[in-house]
Design a protein around this ligand. Sequence first.
Ligand SMILES: N[C@@H](CCC[C@H](N)C(=O)O)C(=O)O
Length: 280
Amino acid sequence: MRVRFTKMHGLGNDFVVIDAISQRIKLNADKVRRLADRRFGVGCDQVLIVEVPQNPDVDFRYRIFNADGSEVENCGNGARCFAKFVTDRKLTGKSSITVETANGIMVLNVQDNGEVSVDMGAPRIQPADLPFIAAEQAVTYPLPLTDTSLEVSAVSMGNPHAVTLVDDIDQAPVENWGPQVESHQQFPQRVNAGFMQVISRSEVKLRVYERGAGETLACGTGACAAVVAGRLRNLLDSEVRVHLPGGTLTIRWEGSAEDTDHSVIMTGPAANVFHGQVKV
Ligand SMILES: N[C@@H](CCC[C@H](N)C(=O)O)C(=O)O
């Protein structure tokens, strides 16, 4: 079966986006892995599927698969690309688009300048929310690795994140620590591992070793989780420019360690790369 797709990216975090409303498609983990393969397939970090929602009050259903075939709850850069995709394809005429995900409902706002602002919902920081195995809730937790121990903040943006502060992002051994954190036994469903250098109260640098995809050029939910982690430690203001290897996102969160019940708002670009057809 041949399907039409669009290759897109959000700051270099790249996606194969498929409209499963106007064409029939049945994906499984094996097919996702083949599509995502950078040599034998189209190549991407995640495959995004546009579907009809189950809730009639919502515009679309947004499904996300990592390159390793696992289906996941949330993807921030993907959400901005999703909004551009359904707008460009005229699947909606709305500039405020509601989508249902495995994590609940999200609102995507397409701005006049083409950037997309996403209400990512409130973060959750109870260990069970990730899930993360810990005796009690804390702002940071020691996480023993083979050769060192990290101090991580555990934040759920619908999907799980462990955020570590580093002195120098360019020297951080992300390729060593990332896989160890991702599959650490205290994170039974694995985790996205973020490494953040704080530049000032309104600027950070971030690299993310993503669950199911490896280190990517940007991670939207990772940027949100990093700002939440920074504010839980009282290191950051409520609006922060997050510099990732692929570019910069603006993240706004009014919450704090005392009151986490505020939505995280992520703003950034979304881009088309090419359109194609592929046999799946
Ligand atoms: N690239 C994403 C996150 C994709 C899912 C993640 N790898 C997970 O397994 O939770 C983003 O921009 O948020």
